[in-house]
Design a protein around this ligand. Sequence first.
Ligand SMILES: O=c1ccn([C@H]2C[C@H](O)[C@@H](CO)O2)c(=O)[nH]1
Ligand SMILES: [Zn+2]
Length: 137
Amino acid sequence: MDDETLARLLAAARAVRERAYAPYSGFAVGAALLDEHARVHAGCNVENAAYPQGWCAETSALAAMVAAGGRRVLGLVVVGVAPRPLTPCGGCRQKLREFAADDCPVWSADLDSVHARFTLGELLPASFGPGHLETSA
Ligand SMILES: O=c1ccn([C@H]2C[C@H](O)[C@@H](CO)O2)c(=O)[nH]1
Ligand SMILES: [Zn+2]
């Protein structure tokens, strides 16, 4: 991914983070991804008084992509302000796996800079994916 596209993702993730609904944790997160049509989709975390019913920014961004017709994630940025680089939770790694290859880049950033770059394969090694359901039986 070129620098300009990464900058677009960063701007989108930072902007949508401003709209996070996180009254319980106070931990606002924004995520933005690039799909196979070179479109950017963004989402924030949405918490709930019934705590387990809240969901993550990455899940929101994936849902926005699917609703817009996208089916492949070419890269994702997650933005949060934390003492160490923020990475997607386990559930979001699996959700991302549905639409992204092992070499899909995942950048971790805050409001000022990008702190880390991972691949999905690094975050979710030896993963279960759609290919496991391709049986001839
Ligand atoms: O990668 C992450 C990690 C956490 N959260 C959200 C979930 C919850 O609303 C809050 C605190 O965990 O941050 C995300 O959206 N993405
Ligand atoms: Zn998550």
